[in-house]
Design a protein. Structure first.
Length: 128
């Protein structure tokens, strides 16, 4: 389902179809392979399937079933070095997020910063 790209694969998880479609379309145009999920439970299943290809988790904070914080904690339990970028339409106190709606240039900048860190420390997401 994913194609190999020089950049790798980004997992985009958001319950808003428009956000998922925009992010997928833009990121693919920028050279990324993208897999998407409509909620955290689906995102977890997809991560487990494509784990070796995924280089970044881009997830909404508030979603049905498993929210983005719990999803991040579960994924980081499998790969503590995976960069995670949160999105939020309403902000989330104490959590660095990209605010929705976002511009494509802002999304690319935030992804680049998340991936450019020399070392990703072992971490967990804040408690859900």
């Amino acid at each position: 389902m994913t194609r190999d790209t020089p950049h790798g694969t980004i997992l985009v998880v958001d319950d808003n179809l428009d956000i998922r479609a925009f992010a997928k379309r833009f990121l693919e145009t920028a050279g990324w392979a993208v897999v998407t999920a409509a909620d955290g439970a689906e995102g977890l299943r997809i991560y487990e399937e494509y784990q070796s290809n995924i280089v970044l988790l881009l997830t909404d904070v508030m979603m049905p079933n498993i929210n983005g914080l719990e999803l991040a904690n579960r994924v980081l339990g499998m790969d503590s070095q995976l960069p995670v970028l949160f999105m939020s339409g309403s902000g989330y106190p104490g959590l660095e997020c990209i605010a929705k709606p976002f511009r494509s240039v802002e999304l690319l900048d935030r992804i680049s910063r998340a991936l450019d860190a020399d070392a990703h420390p072992v971490r967990t997401a804040p408690a859900a």
